[in-house]
Design a protein around this ligand. Sequence first.
Ligand code: 3PG
Length: 207
Amino acid sequence: MSTTMAEILGRARVVPVLEVARADDAVPLARALAAGGLTVIEVTLRTAAALAAVAAILDRVPACTVGVGSIRDGAMLRAARDSGAAFGVSPGTNPDLLDAACATDWPFLPGAATVSEVMALGARGLTVQKLFPAALLGGTAFLRAVAGPLPDVRFCPTGGITAETAADFLALGNVLAVGGTWIAPRDLVARGDWDAITRRAAAAAAL
Ligand code: 3PG
């Protein structure tokens, strides 16, 4: 049986969300995160270098399980899957994206922001979801509130989560993992401060 999104997230607990502007940064960045203990990472499709970054990590950092994030339509999902990445992530969902996701068993984490969206995804069999933007939606209070009426759905909240708040999310029974950019923010990547990123990853891995 293929690896599921729940297995990937359950192993990860903390997923660094990355914006890689230069493909050359991808390998040292992934190695820095793995050195800190974070081996499940998400490269977002927000830069022209994103898929080249994924290819480099797949080729040269086998310790990493690399996914593709910021997927917004079916064509992007198919391109991400065909890149060889282990999983995909979207900030929200639309019919085209949902059809593409359901046409494959490639592990996919669809975004939801309302109870109705969570229910619509659950009806299509997607019961592991990204809550985004989690902090703005009420953070842990939102997740506690939906645990009763939506007991079969588990979340990876992202959006506004910090080193200080991540543990509160991880303590919840309906949270498999948390994601965010705080571990490898753009300025540290731009400066090539891999030691600082390893320290942040180690702190997050210890949560
Ligand atoms: C994402 O794509 O998951 C978010 O941009 C992460 O949000 P953050 O930058 O607030 O961590």
